[in-house]
Design a protein around this ligand. Sequence first.
Ligand SMILES: [Zn+2]
Length: 248
Amino acid sequence: MKIDALNNYLNTLLQPERFSDYCPNGLQVEGKQEINKIVTGVTASMALLQAAHRANADAVLVHHGYFWRGEALPITGIKKRRIQFLLQHDINLFAYHLPLDAHAELGNNVMLAKRLGLQITGRAGEKEMLLLAELKSPQPLQNLVNLIETKLNRKPQVIGDLIKPIQKIALCTGAAQGYIEQAAAAGVDAYISGEISEQTVHVARESGMSYISAGHHATERYGIQALGEHLVQKFDLQHEFIDIDNPV
Ligand SMILES: [Zn+2]
């Protein structure tokens, strides 16, 4: 398919104009016009670009692309080498940040809830960025922690009493630990996000809500994969997800 058609489809599906984001969403670096194979990944690091090139990708789709608000504008150093690699190999780069976190069917939050087998019950918080979900019955925090470790293949960091019963959960993937007070205000038993800060510990302890830091990368692997699989259903495209391991 043509790059313009793919770009238009993605923008209609993910509606980036609804978000005030920290980066441009959509086609960030233009490459060849005809797309047969897409590679998806969490972050457009050099390792992912090289792996995508080896996999014969015509386009790379990621959650974390380039040109973040506040970063230096000159194309030098690491940024130069990444963009040079894309242009040399004529590979398109698409990035969808907040629109991919929040999407109702393919988003990182919904896909994480599904992976953990949680029942989605609603949304809460600023711009409804928190997804509310439930376990079928109350379970000790330890059970939820074990489930997350098994499903994400990564040991989470936990603040809370492991024997405390948990049923209502709020979640927001990535570096969304700053939403912890909004999660507590939503009246849940536990909040799951990707990272943790020093102050997250105190807010968790003082609110009485448990906090689980399940990994930024680990919690954001599933939206972009779901997007790639969705594109294969819709168009005559090949898709491969490439996981570049990241312990954070
Ligand atoms: Zn992220």
